[in-house]
Design a protein around this ligand. Structure first.
Ligand code: GLU
Length: 480
């Protein structure tokens, strides 16, 4: 059954950097809400800052969203293609007398701010050109001054909205910094590059956005944007301001905190499912009785803004790692292999067949936290490991080398293909009888020769895998 309202939400990333985890989390909350409401999730690339916007960042953002499974419903809207719509909205506001040209120079504005500072006042534009006479305007133009367009913000106005996360919100016009610049400086009576608050309102309205879901750092913008919606005679959407992601010190997570971009998490070996699961928990709590590990589909079913916190959410690596491990451990050997094999291939490692690959994936899977752990842990199955200190010590034990020599002799007589484990166990028992060295010593020494260290996965499976590629006997032989 369709819901009553056709929900349309959007993510509006600026392609001035790679997909940041904060933006990805905003995308996720938009996606979850859209999916819950059977609505549409749209993307708008806000590339109006021509200098800082790059196509490679747009690609990175879209690829990151796709990797996370946050697919969108229509081709992304490219904001820069809509500049004429933005300009005509500005013209409309100028014609209605709701906006005006301000000719103040940068020096004059700087002077104004210095004075405000010296008086201990908050910096704000003092609306000095709000009521210029045509004569004054002519005089400024005559001086060759360029102008920005400013939107009138009534100091007495009171803006309020019912935020889906934060409840009743209210802002006073006087706290919005004076009349707002809508477009950058331009000579004569041209309209310069339209700016964020104006373009967002025009685009959100044209895209029929019903709910604007974004980070709480946009709250003051929302107050300004509501004034613009009203002035332009547009429907005001609902707003939901999601909590910020904080670092361990409780400050907004930034690039300085190290890994923050989704492509970095990907290359470190986090799975998209762990990322979306973890990001959902950064601010949202699942209803009582729902497991903490879930797919985005499951989260979407249960999602509501009622369970999104107002307080910032601290980024917790341990929790993310735990989730990633849970997911890897739940995979079948086949799933695990298809995820790790490309990483092995990057190392130049080939598997002999799928059975061998599955068995290796199954062997190392339980000790993996990150997908990339599957490279380090599989290394001794492709490359001959060094003999480390603890392994050397083991091989120095009385009977160790004798045990390995005996095993090698036996293997020459009755080779092992790595498949029948009973045969291998019998071989070890037989060697122990022949040379009088305890089985335990033979097995520990075998581990030392095969892996070059004493810790590692199940010995018989390890040996079997190496035997199948003919690497067991050469490793034993190099130690005697
Ligand atoms: N381009 C803005 C940003 O990346 C979009 C904010 C919004 O959602 O309105 O912060």
């Amino acid at each position: 059954m369709r819901k009553a309202l056709n929900v349309r939400v959007r993510l509006a990333p600026s392609p001035t950097g790679t997909l940041h985890i904060g933006t990805a989390r905003t995308a996720l909350f938009n996606w979850l809400f859209a999916c819950h409401e059977e609505g549409k999730f749209l993307i708008r690339i806000e590339d109006t800052d021509r200098e800082r916007s790059k196509n490679e960042y747009t690609d990175n953002i879209l690829q990151g969203l796709e990797w996370l499974g946050l697919t969108w419903d229509h081709p992304p809207v490219i904001q820069s293609t809509r500049i004429e719509n933005h300009r005509s909205a500005i013209r409309f506001l100028l014609e209605k007398g709701l906006a005006y040209r301000c000719y103040a120079t940068d020096e004059e504005l700087e002077e104004m701010r210095t004075l405000q500072k010296s008086r201990g006042q908050a910096p704000r534009y003092d609306n000095r050109h709000r009521n210029l006479s045509p004569k004054q305007e002519q005089a400024f133009k005559g001086e060759g001054r360029s102008s920005v367009v400013r939107f009138k913000i009534d100091d007495e106005s009171n803006i309020s909205w019912n935020d889906l996360v934060r409840g009743h919100m209210t802002w006073n016009g006087v706290d919005l910094g004076g009349d707002m610049v809508l477009s950058r400086r331009a000579p004569n009576d041209e309209i310069g590059e339209p700016l964020y608050n104006l373009v967002v309102v025009v685009d959100d309205a044209d895209m029929d956005i019903t709910h604007v879901i974004r980070g709480e750092d946009h709250i003051a913008n929302t107050a300004k944007q509501i004034l613009l919606y009203k002035a332009l005679g547009l429907n005001i959407p609902s707003f939901a301001h999601t909590p910020l992601i904080l670092n361990s010190e409780g400050r907004k997570l930034s690039k300085r905190d190290g890994v923050t971009s989704i492509s970095d998490f990907k290359s470190m070996g986090y799975t998209p499912k762990a990322m979306t699961n973890y990001m959902a928990l950064l601010g949202w709590s699942p209803p009582d009785g729902m497991s903490e590990t879930f797919s985005i589909k499951e989260a979407a079913q249960a999602f509501s803004f009622k369970r999104v916190n107002k307080a910032g959410a601290k980024f917790d690596w341990d929790k993310l790692n735990w989730l990633n491990a849970q997911i890897l451990h739940s995979w079948t050997p086949k799933e695990l292999l298809s995820a790790i094999q490309p990483l092995w291939e990057q190392e130049g490692w080939q598997i002999i067949d799928n059975d061998w690959g599955h068995a290796l994936a199954e062997l190392i899977g339980p000790s993996m936290t990150l997908l990339n752990d599957g490279v380090d842990q599989a290394r001794p199955f492709f490359e001959t490991p060094k003999i480390e200190k603890d392994a050397k010590k083991q091989l120095d034990n009385e009977g160790a080398i004798l045990g390995i020599k005996t095993l090698l002799n036996q293997l020459e007589k009755t080779p092992w293909d790595g498949l029948n484990f009973e045969h291998a166990k019998e071989l070890i028992s037989k060697c122990s009888e022949i040379c009088g060295v305890k089985k335990g010593i033979i097995m520990k020494s075998l581990r030392a020769t095969l892996l070059g260290k004493m810790k590692g996965p199940d010995l018989m499976t390890t040996w079997g895998l190496l035997a199948r590629v003919g690497k067991d006997t050469t490793r034993m032989a190099r130690c005697i």
